[in-house]
Design a protein around this ligand. Structure first.
Ligand code: FMN
Length: 395
């Protein structure tokens, strides 16, 4: 997909909107219900200010850190997203871009590329799973990821199967075969670049989820796997303790938004937690995850690695999250817009935008490295940690 360099994540999103069929674009916008949480994820970062210094800034500034035993060159990792059909190279392009910039990727179990190919593109791959199927089916899938060489597990817990969005959900066919393509014809004909990219790879995307395959069964379609997950009773903390013990490696519990749950994640032996509300796609009405970070960092900051996601669009957002207690951040939509706009180069472009933004914020604050950031670098307005109802900006 042609496209060229872009200056901001907002510009990548504009290009994605022009390039993608409307239904694929809407699938990335996602969100749930009224869209309050999704909008608050962005608004909350804007409420935070900086307290800059003007002299004594170090000449060079460091961004390197480590998460779950992985050294990464910048405090930003790729959050797992199970989005199909954004680009024919899918997660492999994202993995290559992350490797080129020295960072790790979380691969969704609902992703479109086999875990083996993603690990080959980026050895710093974490495999993300939901609590789906019985213990035997769950561990079969994780064994395969382990054999492929993933370096850690992300267990995502925040999903309530929310059923609607006020701005409408995209129609997603079970399989994007010729018949489905024809019914999407008006959308795809006005998005020829997207169609051409797939034509070069020999046809429309297959909406199967290869990493959910069970030996002896065909790779399930997205909806078949989603159905299995919906029918699985949610896990208890004891189930999760068992899983952490069974895996015997680094585990991140993703979707934490309260200090008591953060303490439970510590109790069951998690290496890391992701303070996250799934990018506002889950329980609408949750506060922005950055609002919940200070209390969680107070409760468990010295006992577990804290990663934050939901709403990161610029380097200064990353710096705010680090100053308030996160060790690193993860991005979702930001890299998906980059991928749609310009494939692997677009994802590298997004990571470069964030690196540049982190560096200028460090310089402005007079900090030599991301590890030196302190809460006093950020101005937190009174009442910040309380949820605000903001006008949703979705659609
Ligand atoms: C379209 C879409 C699909 C997602 N799929 C998954 C998934 O399969 N597994 C998962 O753990 N999180 C998933 N997420 C959540 C992201 O990992 C991440 O928490 C979220 O995108 C962060 O918010 P941001 O998009 O504002 O950066 C998805 C998010 C989006 C937008």
């Amino acid at each position: 997909m042609a496209g060229g360099w872009f200056e901001t994540v907002a510009e990548a999103q504009r290009r994605a909107r022009k390039t993608l069929p409307k239904s694929v674009y809407k699938a990335i916008i996602a969100g749930s219900e009224h869209g309050n949480t999704m909008a608050d994820n962005l608004a909350a970062f804007s409420e935070l200010g900086f307290a800059p210094h003007v002299a004594q800034a170090p000449a060079e500034r460091g961004q390197g850190t480590s998460v779950m035993g992985q050294e990464i060159a910048l405090p930003v990792m790729i959050s797992p997203t199970g989005v199909q059909a954004v680009h024919p190279d899918g997660e492999v392009a994202v993995a290559r871009a992350a490797a080129a910039r020295g960072t790790a990727i979380g691969l969704s179990s609902f992703g479109s590329e086999p875990v083996e190919e993603v690990v080959e593109a980026n050895p710093q791959t974490f495999f993300q799973t939901y609590w789906c199927g019985d213990r035997d089916r769950l561990t079969q899938r994780l064994e395969r990821a382990r054999r492929a060489g993933v370096v850690g597990l992300i267990v995502t817990l925040d999903w309530q199967f929310s059923h609607g969005r006020d701005w409408g959900s995209p129609p997603i066919p079970d399989k994007l075969d010729l018949r489905a393509m024809l019914s999407f014809a008006p959308e795809t004909i006005i998005r020829p670049r997207w169609l051409k990219a797939y034509a070069r790879t020999g046809g429309p995307p297959e909406l199967t989820v290869p990493n959910m395959t069970i030996e002896g069964e065909d790779p399930p379609t997205f909806f078949a796997a989603y159905g299995e997950w919906m029918q699985t009773p949610p896990p208890t903390w004891e189930d999760l303790r068992w899983l952490v013990g069974w895996w015997e490696g680094p585990v991140m519990i993703k979707g934490i938004s309260r200090p008591d749950d953060a303490r439970r994640a510590v109790d069951i032996g998690a290496t890391a937690i992701s303070v996250s509300n799934h990018g506002g796609n889950n329980l609408d009405g949750q506060p922005a995850s950055i609002r919940t970070l200070p209390a969680i960092a107070d409760a468990v900051g010295d006992q577990v690695e804290i990663v934050l996601d939901s709403g990161i669009r610029r380097g200064s957002d990353v710096v705010k999250a680090l100053a308030l207690g996160a060790r690193a951040t993860m991005i979702g939509r930001a890299y998906l817009w980059g991928l749609a706009a310009n494939g692997q180069a677009g994802v590298e472009n997004v990571l470069d935008i964030l690196t540049g933004g982190i560096d200028s914020a460090l310089r402005g604050l007079g900090r030599a490295s991301v590890a030196d950031l302190e809460a006093s670098d950020v101005l937190v307005p009174e009442g910040f940690t309380t949820h605000r109802v903001v006008e949703p900006a979705a659609g």
